[in-house]
Design a protein around this ligand. Structure first.
Ligand SMILES: [Zn+2]
Length: 143
């Protein structure tokens, strides 16, 4: 995620320096099927997680039915993802974190990180999107 956001991949891409740090030890969960087929499944798996990433087996529902790599509340403080390739995983996690930070999809560029169709080359963010990524929700810097 750090590399995806901080790299300037295109001329119009902002180098957005956001530092993600893993806190705690990864652990597994042993309830449910790890498959999201409905809004109820999504809400069930979201219970009790705060600022966490839940890696699930399959996501068939994310506000609509389909086959999704990730799903995150907008805004929110947790996300669900499926495992994918190393190069795509950073993009996926950064994209879902963008939703957590209140960002909607951005179809203005096929290279936009927030494009609804992510891929290894969807890595660009604009200044406004970078501001969302940098917002900690606990700052009052207007003085
Ligand atoms: Zn999305």
């Amino acid at each position: 995620m750090n590399a995806v956001l901080s790299a300037q991949d295109e001329n119009h891409d902002i180098s957005c320096n956001v530092g993600f740090t893993q806190l705690g030890t990864p652990s597994s969960f042993n309830f449910g099927t790890g498959i999201i087929n409905s809004a109820e499944d999504f809400q069930f798996l979201l219970q009790g997680i705060n600022g966490e990433v839940k890696v699930v087996n399959m996501i068939n529902y994310c506000g609509g039915f389909g086959n999704f790599l990730g799903c995150a509340p907008k805004p929110g403080n947790a996300m669900m993802v499926v495992r994918t390739s190393n190069r795509l995983e950073g993009v996926l996690w950064a994209h879902e974190f963008g939703h957590n930070q209140g960002l909607s999809h951005n179809s203005s560029s096929s290279k936009a990180l927030m494009n609804p169709r992510i891929g290894r080359s969807t890595r660009t963010v604009d200044l406004q999107e970078c501001d969302h990524f940098s917002n900690n929700n606990d700052s009052s810097e207007d003085s």
